[in-house]
Design a protein around this ligand. Structure first.
Ligand code: ADP
Length: 191
């Protein structure tokens, strides 16, 4: 199984690139952000619980996110591998993911970081908010809070995967197709 963690700040293009990679490598794409938004629009109890955190640009508590992630992996275990997009976002999520995959006799193949400067990202997110209507994209103070959360809790995951020799970075600036081919070149080098 090929299991890729796509990593990067909010707006770095993880979802866009995951849509390409899942077809190219026949992987199942799990986006925790999309799962939360699906639950929010369907007004499930999980959605109701997550909504306030997401609207403020805060991370949803680990316990809730981890449960949701595990269920999604279990339900799609027959696939050839996974793209994890937006998960893990904290050290404890990364540890749980490793243990969970180990029990299932699989592991993370690589973590790929899409790197884009913060000022470019803030502009991308505010522009996206005008089109998508995502509440967490519409207000600059919430967007900045997401970056704070990322810098405090998520960016440290680079070291976690570096220690396992699984960390890779590519530039997330340029056309979507250019970034597609940077990713393909990298993934083909370790497949
Ligand atoms: P982006 O990467 O653009 O910030 P996502 O769609 O991945 O957006 O996530 C949107 C929001 O969903 C996050 O700001 C956070 O509140 C919540 N969320 C998504 N994934 C996680 C996670 N792994 N742990 C905690 N909260 C999460």
């Amino acid at each position: 199984m090929t299991n890729i963690v796509l990593f990067g700040k909010p707006g770095a293009g993880k979802g866009t690139q995951a849509d390409f990679l899942k077809i190219k490598y026949n992987l199942f794409h799990i986006s925790t952000g999309d799962l939360f938004r699906f639950n929010i629009s369907n007004k499930t109890s999980l959605g109701n619980l997550a909504k306030a955190y997401i609207d403020n640009g805060d991370l949803v508590p680990d316990k809730v996110t981890i449960e949701m992630l595990k269920e999604c992996v279990e339900a799609n275990f027959k696939s050839e591998g996974f793209i994890f997009d937006g998960f893990p976002r904290t050290i404890s999520q990364a540890k749980v993911l490793d243990q969970f995959l180990q029990k299932k006799k699989i592991s993370i193949s690589a973590m790929i970081s899409l790197e884009v400067d913060e000022e470019i990202l803030i502009k991308r997110l505010i522009d996206r908010g005008k089109i998508s209507g995502r509440t967490d994209d519409m207000d600059e103070s919430k967007v900045r809070n997401r970056f704070r959360e990322y810098n405090m809790k998520t960016s440290i995951l680079q070291d976690y995967y570096k220690k396992q020799n699984k960390f890779h970075r590519i530039s997330g600036i340029g056309s979507i197709e250019k970034i597609n081919s940077r990713l393909t070149r990298l993934i083909d080098s370790f497949l």
